[in-house]
Write a protein that binds this ligand. Structure first.
Ligand SMILES: Cc1ncc(C[n+]2csc(CCOP(=O)(O)OP(=O)(O)O)c2C)c(N)n1
Ligand SMILES: [Mg+2]
Length: 279
């Protein structure tokens, strides 16, 4: 555990990102399963949101009505979510070692109510943006002023429900909704460009009535600045298209998309640890 407060300086946040990469490695290697490469892809995005002074939350009161909502729509990256929630103080860090154990609340995909801080049950891809819109509309009814953030995968954006939600969000003027797209250019079975191309992606989201910003998804400072900047856009939802590398930080995982959905062997894990710690 590192002693990191929300809004820590950039050097501390980078150190935290490294620690979270190690936690993801150790959790999935111990479990012998899971999605480490998908988790490593979004580390800096979650560090920016939770520790870069963007999300307003109270770990001691997880259901605080005015909290900002964070929905991990790409739910298979659950190891990352658990590692971040533990660092944020939602639960004891030791809990993360129960990942994927039979009877454990630290399930392979996040389940709302099982672990504090898990806002939504996800893992069946395509649903998180719709859940986010529900929070926006619910906040209006209840006169609550919060921001809603949804992390999407690019393969996930091949699901039709995403585009139905994209239409709905602009129709309902959800300007307190921000999607962040982990654009690592790969899904489970191969490159997005081959499986079902998304480009031209900026134009697509714009044509659905969204404000679109692009960012380097591994640059914490840039992510904080760009995600914060969207609050100045009124009447439209926003999306930050974050360019990332699947398996970021571990060369042999970055180079091989077939690592999706499998843990590293103990030997590979030692090599990965050296790479993470050396960078
Ligand atoms: C509705 C649905 N279909 C298929 C799957 C199986 N599946 C799990 S992860 C994944 C690929 C997701 O790719 P992407 O959104 O790009 O996430 P990444 O791991 O690259 O971050 C698929 C197809 C699923 N979880 N849900
Ligand atoms: Mg992807």
């Amino acid at each position: 555990m590192l002693d990191i407060k929300p809004s820590s300086d950039l050097k501390s946040l980078e150190k935290l990102a490294k620690q979270i990469r190690i936690d993801i490695l150790d959790m999935t290697t111990k479990a012998g399963s899971g999605h480490p490469s998908s988790s490593w892809s979004s580390v800096e995005i979650l560090v920016a949101l939770f520790f870069g002074g963007i999300l307003n939350y109270k770990p001691e009161d997880p259901w605080w009505p005015e909290r900002d909502r964070f929905i991990m729509s790409k739910g298979h990256a659950a190891p990352l979510l658990y590692a971040v929630l533990a660092q944020a103080g939602y639960f004891d860090h030791e809990e993360i070692w129960r990942l994927r154990q039979v009877g454990s609340p630290v399930q392979g995909h996040p389940i709302q109510g099982m672990m504090p801080g898990v806002e939504a049950t996800t893992g069946s891809l395509g649903q998180g943006l719709s859940i986010g819109i529900g929070h926006v509309l619910g906040g209006r009814i209840n006169d609550l002023d919060y921001q809603v953030y949804v992390l999407l995968g690019d393969g996930e954006c091949e699901a039709g429900q995403i585009w139905e939600a994209a239409m709905a969000a602009s129709h309902f003027g959800c300007d307190n909704l921000t999607a962040i797209l982990d654009y690592n250019k790969y899904q489970e079975t191969g490159p997005i460009s081959r499986e079902m191309a998304l480009e031209p992606l900026v134009e697509k989201w714009q044509s659905f009535g969204w404000n679109v910003i692009e960012a380097d998804g591994h640059n914490i400072g840039e992510l904080i600045e760009k995600i914060k900047s969207v609050s100045s856009f009124h009447s439209k939802p926003s999306i930050v298209i974050a360019h990332t590398i699947k398996g970021k930080g571990i060369s042999f995982v970055e180079a091989d998309y077939t690592f999706h959905g499998r843990a590293l062997t103990p030997e590979q894990a030692e090599k990965a640890r050296e790479e993470i710690l050396c960078k």
